[in-house]
Each structure stands twice: as C-alpha cells, then as structure tokens.
Design a protein around this ligand. Sequence first.
Ligand code: T4K
Length: 373
Amino acid sequence: MLKKDPPILVTRPSLPPVEEYEQLVREIFSSRYLTNGGMQHQKLEAALKEKLETPNLRLFTNGHLALECAISALHLAPGEIITTPFTFISTTHAIVRCGFTPVFCDVEPDYFTLDASKLEAAITPRTRAILPVHVYGNPCDMEAIERIAAKHNLPVLYDAAHAFGISVHGRAVSDFGTASMFSFHATKCYNTIEGGAVATKDAAYAELLNGYKNFGYHADEEIREVGGNAKMNEFQAAMGLLNLKYFDSEIEKRGKVATRYRQNLSGIAGLSFRPIREGITQNYAYLPVSFNPAVFGANRDQVSDTLKQYGIFARKYFYPLTSEAACYAGQFDPAKTPVALTASRNVLTLPMYASLPLSDVDDICEIVAGCNK
Ligand code: T4K
C-alpha cells in the first residue's frame, strides 16, 4: 500500500459550506457587534438549549475555561475534587487551576468512565465535588454516581466535552448532575472553531456562570465575582449555528465510518472495541481500539508507528494519564488507578471524522490487521 499523501489525521473538523459562513460573517460585519453576547451568540444559546434539552445553557470561548468557570461557580470550600486520570489533561488542570486537589478514582474496564463501585472509598472529609468524564462520548454510570453523591451531599459536575448530543434511555446527558461542560473545539464532533458550554438545571448557578465568564459583571455597574474573560465571540457562534444545522447528517456519516471499522476489525484476537452502554445514542466522537499485546501480535505503540509509516496519524488519547503528567511529577501514584493505567498503555484512537472515505477506513484496517502477526 502507498503512503497516504496527504496524510490521514486522527480527525478533521466538520465545516459548513463556506458561502453560508460568508453570509453570516456579512451579518456580523454590518452589525459591528463582534462579541459580548451579540445576535449570533443569542441565537446559538437558544438553539443549543433546545438541542441539549436543558433549561439553562451558557456559551464559552472554549471548553477548558467553561470547566474552570463551572468549578468556580460551585462556590466550594477549599478541598478535594474526585475525578479520573484517563482523560484529556484539561480536566485535571481545571481542578488544580481553581485551587483544588484532584483525587483520582479508577475507571471501569469496559467504558473507561469513573468506576462508581470505587467512588465511596475515595471520599474524605475534604471532598467537595465529583467531576466524572464521559470519555469518548460514552456516558458514565450517572445514576450510581449521583446516588453516592446525594448520600454525601456532593455536587456532580460532568466533563461532557465528548458527549454532545448524547442521551441515555431518552434522557439528555445534560439533564444529570449539577452541571455538564461541553467542548466545541474544532476536533470535536460538533464545533464552533473553539468553544464550549455549560448546561445546568439550576438557574441561579447559570446566573453565576455569566459573572465568571465576564469579569464578574451582572449588570453595567454590578461586579459580583472575581471573574475572568471566557466569552464566545460572534464568529464562533456563527460557525456553531451552521454546524448545528448539519450535525445530524455529520453524525450519520460518522456512524457509517464506525460501522465499517467494526465490520473490518471485529473477531481479531487481542483487538477490542469499547462496548456501548445500553440505551444510549452515539455521536461517534472517537474511535478507540484496545490492543492486548499478550494476545495481539503487536502492542499499541507498534501499531501506531506502523500506521505512521503509511502516513496515517492515529492518536494515543489518553496517554499519559493526567496523574502522570510531568507538571504533577511525584504528586500522584498512577498505580492506584490500575485500570486507567492499562487503558492508557493499550488504547489507540483511530482516524474518525464524517468525511473520512470508507476506502481509507479499509486501508487503515488492513494495516492494523496486518500488525497481528
Ligand atoms: N475535557 C476533555 C475530556 C477534553 O477532551 C477536552 C479537549 C477538554 C476538556 C477541553 O476542551 P477545549 O478547551 O479544548 O474546548 C485536542 C483538542 O485540542 C482538545 O479540544 C481535545 N479535548 C483533545 C482530546 O484533543 P490535540 O492537542 O490532540 O489536538 P491537535 O491539534 O493535535 O489536533 C488533532 C488532529 O486534528 C490533528 O491531527 C490535526 C487535526 N486538526 C486539528 C485542528 C485544531 C485539523 O484538521 N484541523 C484543526 O483545526 O488536542
């Protein structure tokens, strides 16, 4: 097989027709309203409230700052926040940057989401909140987590960066917990270039989010919080409005890509796909595949390197564990989350995006299967 030129990247952003974006850019130019809650922003906030089935939603310039503002708005006393280390570094950084100590709970072997059976053991008198992650768009066991949280009177803030549009037995993920943070980064299945949102059922908490993302302002001369600047601008919101229009068809295309991968690679010993929790809608945000090096003929890194030789750039989401990051050296023991540690060594996320040709999927699968010697 020839080396791919141009290379195949782990993802490509969904983009609307450029003429449609030009039209909205013209509207922005004629309004001369570029940020601070302009018309596109208002329209997007309303549309996403409906899409995510939530009574309150606030837009942000990116998912990370949305998460920081969401933590700040909980108004917690200093202490610990329980989370998982098998996630993008943003989750842990947000906790630390807000002044809290992350406490790492292990993940479930099937879904890589917080293992509720290990949650209670991680709770201490200093625990202030629980921050689980819907990794790869697979929702956590929210009922089990929230049962424990309620028993200990702890808020649950979900990192739903990967979970746009997901529902569980017909109930939107944003309907769970105190709040959920969604990322709309270019690499996500729904994007506003950069962007994010926090959805919550709690109207008073949503009002606090307004302050945290806008220097603490609630009215012209009323500065209530020590807020920063995390506002989404009009160009981002315009992209979001258009991408929302095409979201369902993009997800349908992603679904076809996912099906092709499963058809091509199922039944290979030592290679497994994530199971899908019962009753959920999927957004096919990522295409994670686990390799068991003792059974499969190669380890994850060897498969990744082989793909690179063909110009195919899969990614090791999420390696290293956030608890292993150099900036946290010596602070956490990754051996205490053995399931997460194994996942970080064995999972490769293969290229996944709506416009990925199925013939390329076939080529990727042929190379991966060929590593099984
Ligand atoms: N919580 C979780 C669980 C998250 O996964 C994330 C973000 C966050 C919180 C924070 O949300 P944001 O603040 O980002 O909204 C990417 C993304 O930057 C990041 O959003 C994402 N998670 C993370 C999992 O992946 P990188 O460093 O891997 O991205 P990069 O630039 O290497 O891009 C990946 C591939 O996509 C490249 O091969 C090129 C391609 N690409 C990328 C961009 C940006 C394009 O084709 N076009 C583009 O515009 O972090």
